[in-house]
Design a protein around this ligand. Structure first.
Ligand code: HEC
Length: 106
């Protein structure tokens, strides 16, 4: 069986560098942390504070930067997610939301 261990080790070394820089996946982060309250870009707690473009604009949110800030620091009844998302994750999920808002959460 030693050969098998050696083979797997080599395979591991050979494949190791690839996933290291995998970018944070905004869609997956949204599914994991936001969808519970923001299903389809809505808001089950505050009906006027959805992630749809009209609501975002009405509430003074003009781009992914503001969304990332809200995700990180929280706002009103929404708690902060900075710790679970990290900076990169907050940016990625904000980009995802902003893009979905442009496309009408189809
Ligand atoms: C437990 C429910 C809940 C979860 C989970 C949640 N939110 Fe919220 N979110 C809210 C509530 C409530 C508000 C309204 C806050 C207020 O009073 O202004 C809100 C508001 C927002 C807004 C502002 C929307 C607007 O139109 O003003 C953004 C952007 C946002 N959330 C992003 C996120 C992101 C990104 C995540 C995941 C990391 C997330 N939310 C997870 C409840 C939640």
């Amino acid at each position: 069986m030693k050969w098998l261990v050696g083979f797997l080790l080599m395979l591991g070394l050979w494949m190791a560098p690839a996933p290291v820089h995998a970018a944070a996946d905004g869609a997956a982060l949204f599914e994991a942390h936001c969808v519970g309250c923001h299903l389809n870009g809505g808001n089950i707690i505050r009906r006027g504070k959805t992630l749809k473009l009209k609501a975002l604009e009405r509430n003074g949110i003009e781009g992914p930067l503001e969304i990332a800030m809200i995700a990180t620091e929280g706002r009103g009844q929404m708690s902060a997610y900075g710790e679970v998302l990290g900076e990169e994750g907050a940016d990625a999920v904000a980009e995802f939301i902003w893009q979905q808002a442009q496309e009408g959460w189809s």
